[in-house]
Structure formats: structure tokens, C-alpha cells
Ligand binder design. Structure first.
Ligand code: JFZ
Length: 433
């Protein structure tokens, strides 16, 4: 209860401006990498494989026994994120399977006890810091390995005959303590942690929510240990404005900037390359570079962040298909990141031209027109007259001439109004992909 009060104290006394300030690095960053890595990388068929295939602890243990990511090179991972233009990384310290990448003293189910025999988290965090990226921890509230985690509708043993009997031996209070102990380790032993992604709540029949996790206390503990940390919205404290910092639509693009009580809120969409979060060898629904770049632009055009996921392999590598995409996005970002970092939704006064998305930098007052489908020579800007004084291509900084004060008449009659502007584009699109 004491902890719960201090959580309220911290966030209730925070002014909207102070919150904005605390989130500033993150809203400016706009683009981060999600990493899902755990024992499920060996199964290579989705991070939920244990639940999907109803494996009990004993059946799943083979993945623990063979876990040996001998090619793991945190320096490479961070370099790849950085070259793609990402400014922060959120890594699964523990996913639903319960396996810990770090040397937790509260469990034996951790990387140090597998053939690789070491803390995999520590060197990664150090690399992030030394290469200048922000540090985010994903921490699963769900734990399919812990003996005190009550079996529920998504648990691998959900179909067992004797659930009631099994659950009688499971004490959620002990599990709550385990959550607090581990969060304390993560937020104490690894230096400054910039963001935490708790995952996830599913209240209702046979589900779990804030009372199961003791969310208020967990949040209080989080803010006590890391006062400036940014916290996502999956603790089931959705009705309390102080219970989260940002919304997390899941593999979903909102139609517009999400609001709560009519107010636009910070948000981040997390997305995958191919559908699964964990490495999935035989998944073939990979998005193209173009789709991913458009996804990033669209997210920023609606005031949000994109957290794009990589699922490294059991040997600790990024799949070639992931590398190709990160490189493609990186090439685009090299020329166009100015239209992403520090940008947000454009003011309503600018009407979106056909086949375009708009982003805007409030500091520099620059408008970025992302032309998704390159037109032949003319880009028609409705009602743009006197709203800008200079236009250039972003890839090479070359001037774009434009026509305004177009007098209806001649061959343009009735096709443009006097308030419109026409940009005179080169015939070929800049090739920055
Ligand atoms: C969760 C995890 O189960 C999944 O494995 C992955 O880690 C992802 C990032 O998060 O999946 C969710 C969580 C919440 C919702 C959907 C999928 N939701 O609220 O719709």
C-alpha cells in the first residue's frame, strides 16, 4: 500500500508539461527496435509455441538444455539497429515461457544455466549505452514456468483435467513477490533503464489483470527505482491516467492519432517483419521494405512511434531476411530521417495531396510531403497558396520550383483553383530505397 501511494504521488504531481519532458527523447526518436529472444528461438515456430502445442515444463525443457547462442554478438545487434535508424531497443528479458536472459537470483531458469552459461542481457545493455541507444526492457507478467503462476485460459496446461487441483498448490501472492523481486533486479543492477514494456493483461474469466499482478505496487516500485522511466499500458491500469505513459496498439495501424477522453496520447505501434515475434523459420509472410518504410511514415504522420521487431535465431544471429529489411530501411533513413526524428502529425491547415503522407517538425516548422506514388511532373497542393516559401527534395536538397497564383484559364481551366500550388517534380522519383 505504501508503494502504491508513492506511485500515485509521483505521477499525480507530474504536470502534463513535465510528462512531455520525461517522454521527450522517446517522442523525438520515433523509431525503435523490438527484440524477442528466448528458448522459443530453437523451436523456431512462434514465441507462443509452448502454449500453442500444450507442452508441459518437461516437454519444453529440451529447448533449455540446447540453448547455446554461440554466434551472439551484441555489438552487431546494436550496430544493425543503429544503422537502420533506430534510437532505442526494447528486448525481452523474460517472455511468457519464463526463461530469463539475465542472471536472476530468484530462478534457475536462466541463460547462465544453459550451455551458453552467461548473462546475455548485461553485455547487450552495455553495447546500447556505448553506441548511444536508449535501453528498454520487455518483461512478461505472464510466466508459464513459475510453479506459483495459476493455470489460466492461455497457459500451456489450460486443457489439463485436474486444473483445480493443480492450482490449489499455486500461490499467486508468491508469484507477485517474484515479479517484484525480478523487477527490482532489472531496475537496479543494469544502470539507467529508459523504458519498460510490461506484457500483458487479459482480465476476465480465467484471465489475469491488475489484481493478479498487483499492478499498482509494481508500477510504484518501477517509478521508485527508475524515476524517469517510460512505462507502457499493459498493467491493466487503463482507467487511471497515471497508470501508463503510452498506448501500445499491437500489429495494428490506427486510422488516426489515438485519444483518451478526446486528448491525443503518446502511442507506439509494435510491428513484426513476418507475423511472429520470435524467430519463425518457415514463416513466409514477410513485409517488403516499401511496406515497412510506409508503415514508419504513416505512424509518424499520426503522431506515433514504430517499434519494429527482430526475432534472432537460436545461434544468436539476425536472419538474412531481417538484415535485408533493416538495411533497406537504413538506406532510406540515411536520406530521409529528418522527416522522421522529432516529427509528428502535420497541422490541419495542410491538406494531404493524393498518394502522400505528411509529417511535420514543430521546431523547424518544416512540412515533409512523403510521395508514396510518384506522379508525372506535377504535384498538386490544394489550398497551399502562401503557406510555404521554399520547397526542396530531401534526398539531395535540390530546389523544387512551384507555381502559384494560377489564373484559371487556358488548359488549366477548372482544374486548379487560385489557392492551389503546383510543385514541379522531376520525372523520376529520387531513389533512396
Ligand atoms: C503480446 C505477447 O503475447 C506476444 O508474444 C508479443 O510479445 C507481443 C508484443 O505482446 O501479445 C499481445 C499482447 C496484447 C494484445 C495482443 C497481443 N492485445 O492487447 O491485443
Amino acid at each position: 500500500a505504501l508503494q502504491a501511494q508513492s506511485a500515485k504521488a509521483i505521477t499525480a504531481t507530474e504536470t502534463p508539461q513535465a510528462k512531455e519532458e520525461r517522454l521527450k527523447w522517446w517522442t523525438n526518436a520515433r523509431f525503435g527496435m523490438f527484440i524477442h529472444w528466448g528458448l522459443y528461438a530453437s523451436a523456431a515456430r512462434h514465441e507462443w509455441v509452448q502454449s500453442r502445442e500444450k507442452m508441459d515444463a518437461e516437454q519444453y525443457r529440451k529447448y533449455f538444455e540446447v540453448f547455446n547462442p554461440d554466434m551472439y554478438d551484441p555489438k552487431e545487434w546494436v550496430r544493425k539497429a543503429k544503422e537502420a535508424g533506430m534510437k532505442y531497443v526494447v528486448i525481452t528479458t523474460k517472455h511468457h515461457e519464463g526463461f530469463c536472459l539475465w542472471d536472476s537470483k530468484y530462478t534457475d531458469y536462466k541463460a547462465t544455466n544453459t550451455p551458453i552459461g552467461k548473462d546475455l542481457l548485461k553485455p547487450f545493455v552495455e553495447e546500447l549505452r556505448s553506441q548511444g541507444l536508449k535501453v528498454g526492457f520487455y518483461y512478461s507478467l505472464i510466466d508459464w514456468h513459475h510453479p506459483d503462476f495459476p493455470i489460466d485460459r492461455i497457459h500451456p496446461l489450460s486443457q489439463a483435467k485436474n486444473i483445480e487441483e493443480l492450482n490449489q498448490k499455486r500461490d499467486i501472492k508468491k508469484y507477485q513477490q517474484y515479479l517484484k523481486n525480478q523487477v527490482t533486479e532489472l531496475l537496479t543492477n543494469y544502470g539507467k533503464i529508459d523504458l519498460i514494456f510490461y506484457d500483458y493483461s487479459y482480465p476476465g474469466v480465467n484471465g489475469k489483470g491488475k489484481d493478479d499482478w498487483d499492478s499498482q505496487a509494481l508500477l510504484a516500485l518501477t517509478r521508485k527505482l527508475q524515476p524517469n522511466i517510460i512505462v507502457n499500458d499493459r498493467l491493466d491500469l487503463n482507467n487511471t491516467p497515471t497508470g501508463w505513459d503510452y498506448k501500445t496498439p499491437e500489429q495494428f495501424m490506427p486510422t488516426k492519432w489515438p485519444t483518451v477522453n478526446g486528448v491525443q496520447v503518446p502511442w507506439e505501434t509494435c510491428q513484426t517483419f513476418s507475423g511472429s515475434w520470435g524467430y519463425f523459420r518457415d514463416e513466409y509472410s514477410w513485409k517488403s521494405n516499401r511496406q515497412l518504410i510506409a508503415m514508419l511514415i504513416e505512424t509518424v504522420s499520426k503522431g506515433g512511434n514504430l517499434l519494429l521487431n527482430v526475432g534472432p535465431t537460436a545461434r544468436g544471429m539476425f536472419d538474412d531476411r531481417a538484415d535485408e529489411r533493416l538495411e533497406g530501411i537504413g538506406k532510406w533513413m540515411k536520406y530521409n530521417s529528418r522527416a522522421i526524428y522529432g516529427c509528428t502529425q502535420a497541422p490541419e491547415t495542410f491538406e494531404k495531396p493524393a498518394n502522400c503522407l505528411l509529417t511535420y517538425n514543430e521546431k523547424t516548422k518544416r512540412l515533409y510531403i512523403h510521395v508514396l506514388q510518384w506522379p508525372f511532373k506535377s504535384l498538386h497542393l490544394k489550398n497551399f497558396k502562401d503557406k510555404f516559401s521554399y520547397a526542396q527534395l530531401l534526398n539531395d536538397g535540390s530546389e523544387i520550383k512551384f507555381k502559384q497564383d494560377i489564373k484559371p484559364g487556358g488548359h488549366t481551366t477548372e482544374m486548379v483553383s487560385e489557392n492551389d500550388v503546383i510543385l514541379e517534380l522531376p520525372v523520376q522519383a529520387p531513389n533512396t530505397e
